[in-house]
Design a protein. Structure first.
Length: 354
């Protein structure tokens, strides 16, 4: 498992300390504004743009996600990628950038909120390095030759492991406190505009990481569907607790917005010199999220986002023992774990129930 990161790797400095602690209580008529000065708003208070773009985002997501599914099926079943397209010393495996000689993750941190008082013991480097190394280990499983067979030593097909490499090494990383903090940022139109600008300019994926490992699985599902409602991209809510919707395990909560740019990297591996071309330089600092304040949106989900979460939940429930793994049959790749859980009288998958 992931070890605690050493102090030598990072002397993290704030890139943008949005989302400052501004807790106050103010009487407004019969209502009370609490928790960062915001009243819990209903769906009727959303601007018209929310309702006008909702069908466009959900509809566009069907085509965007459908395109990604076809690409994965191509490199998984039609033209499967072999082991060894990157070596064991490749930056996707080590996490070390050849441009700086240091771990890549702090350099790709494009936004961080100031740590809440109860989370100050959890350093930025702890979260970044734990999740980064976790995914880098997955890439290593496909970097080794001769090929490691599917089983306890390599759970995922090579193409999925290479996608993990693009995700942890090339993504723009956003580090927030907890689910409420994430809701406030995602529901802030200024934050969303800047995030979209980043994706268009950099052509990268986006990883949202949270410092707080204690969260409500249901609210985490709502957050992922809040993202799916505001953007036309799919979102997987990964984390240390029982699996949420289509998400999987991670040391700290890590919700990845799948913008589709992973395919630029993974398909490049098939070409001569591709392993070198996918080593992207660190993201230039000071280019994004330079406003003084972000995180001014509502800090909860409303009914369209909850509806999408529940629809996704029941769709996964209908898959039975296949669970939330779309491209592989977890009954095969986790057969040993399922057998041990069955012997102990436990469900064959630790999946969050609503």
């Amino acid at each position: 498992m992931i070890q605690s990161t050493s102090d030598q790797f990072l002397d993290a400095q704030p890139l943008n300390d949005g989302g400052r602690d501004r807790v106050r209580t103010t009487e407004v008529g019969s209502s009370v504004i609490e928790q960062h000065g915001r009243r819990r708003s209903g769906a009727w208070q959303e601007p018209a743009s929310y309702w006008l773009t909702l069908p466009l985002h959900w509809g566009g997501q069907v085509f965007r996600n459908g395109s990604d599914i076809l690409r994965v099926l191509d490199i998984l079943r039609i033209r499967p990628l072999p082991a060894g397209l990157v070596g064991v010393e490749h930056p996707w495996v080590t996490g070390i950038s050849p441009h700086t000689g240091e771990p890549i993750w702090p350099s790709n941190l494009i936004y961080r909120s100031a740590p809440s008082s109860h989370l100050t013991a959890i350093t930025d480097e702890c979260v970044l390095f734990a999740n980064g190394r976790f995914l880098a280990k997955r890439v290593r499983e496909s970097a080794v030759t001769p090929e490691i067979p599917i089983g306890p030593l390599r759970r995922m097909p090579h193409c999925i492991n290479y996608m993990h490499g693009s995700s942890h090494y090339n993504s723009g990383i956003i580090l927030l406190n907890d689910l409420s903090d994430a809701f406030r940022h995602i529901n802030d139109p200024n934050f969303r505009r800047e995030l979209i600008r980043f994706v268009k300019a950099e052509r990268r994926e986006v990883l949202f990481m949270l410092r707080d490992r204690n969260y409500s699985p249901r609210e985490y599902a709502y957050l992922s569907c809040c993202m799916r409602t505001h953007f036309r991209w799919f979102c997987n809510p990964n984390g240390p607790q029982a699996h949420v919707l289509w998400g999987n395990s991670a040391p700290f909560p890590a919700a990845n917005l799948i913008t589709g740019h992973w395919s630029d990297d993974v398909y490049a591996l098939k070409k001569p010199g591709g392993a070198d071309r996918v080593i992207r330089p660190p993201i230039e600092q000071g280019q994004y999220f330079q406003r003084n304040e972000y995180g001014e949106g509502r800090e909860h989900a409303i009914w369209p986002e909850k509806l999408l979460a529940w629809a996704s939940y029941y769709r996964i429930q209908l898959r039975g023992r296949k669970g939330g793994m779309f491209f592989v049959d977890r009954r095969d790749v986790y057969a040993d774990q399922i057998a041990r859980r069955t012997e102990r009288g436990l469900p064959d998958e630790e999946r969050a129930r609503f």
